[in-house]
Design a protein around this ligand. Structure first.
Ligand code: ATP
Ligand code: MG
Length: 221
């Protein structure tokens, strides 16, 4: 691997799947499937480009510290990461790729009167993976909340009395519905963005530019 080789950090699942057409637009194909391969480093058709498979929440960390030159992460993950590290986290965000689209929302069990709890100024217990984004959202609306940090399956929390509400990502609403929850507030639309390590942007500009340009041209409205 030469010094000028590029490392792209991706998570398995929808982000990987929706990135393949963008890579194809840049003339890059990925022969191996991360769902079936045990490899954490996947070669591509371009000997100078490799992919590292990491957890979605770890993508900004890899790019920030140069473990990867470039990565693709959801706005949800980037906001939480930014809240922890501040704006000087060394991440350049040149492009909204408009993939892995969903929204961040507040949801409650069917029987919980969210609007009335807010009006009364009651303290609402909210379980979420996105504590920083949720804190800012409720503070801006003047809603009193106790935030409970979870790492997954947020939908379960209100069903077992751990929380009154959740802040989670919603696309079709099918998971909420299956668990007797209803969406009561939209916080923000979410999509995945390209993030680039600032040092790589300078040192590997010649390799990065054509890929960023090809991605930009291939982005679907
Ligand atoms: P893991 O499933 O390994 O715990 P994760 O839940 O963060 O990690 P994914 O479910 O693959 O990983 O989500 C990765 C990214 O895809 C999220 O950060 C978000 O930006 C986006 N995403 C999550 N859920 C949806 C959804 N229902 N529809 C569209 N995009 C989504
Ligand atoms: Mg998931």
């Amino acid at each position: 691997m030469s010094d000028a080789a590029l490392t792209l950090a991706l998570s398995k699942g929808r982000i990987f799947d929706e990135t393949l057409p963008l890579l194809a637009a840049a003339g890059i194909s990925v022969p191996e499937n991360p769902e079936t391969s045990r490899k954490l480093i996947l070669p591509t058709s371009d000997p100078a480009v490799r992919i590292v498979i990491v957890r979605a929440t770890d993508v900004p960390t890899y790019v920030q510290y140069g473990g990867a030159d470039v990565g693709i992460a959801g706005k949800d993950v980037l906001l939480e990461h930014g809240a922890q590290y501040g704006d000087d986290s060394g991440l350049y965000q040149p492009l909204d790729l408009n993939i892995a689209k969903c929204r961040m929302s507040v949801a409650v069990p069917q029987g919980f009167d969210y609007a009335s709890a807010v009006r009364r100024g009651a303290r609402i217990r909210v379980a979420t993976k996105y504590v920083n984004t949720a804190r800012e959202h409720f503070a801006a609306k003047g809603v009193h909340v106790d935030l409970i940090k979870l790492y997954g399956s947020m939908e379960l929390a209100p069903l077992v009395g751990l929380a009154d509400a959740i802040v989670d990502l919603v696309s079709t609403g099918g998971t909420l519905k299956a668990n007797g929850l209803v969406e009561v507030e939209h916080i923000m639309p979410i999509s995945s963005r390209l993030v680039v390590n600032r040092a790589s942007l300078k040192l590997k500009h010649a390799r990065l530019r054509p890929i960023i340009d090809a991605f930009a041209k291939a982005v679907q409205p």
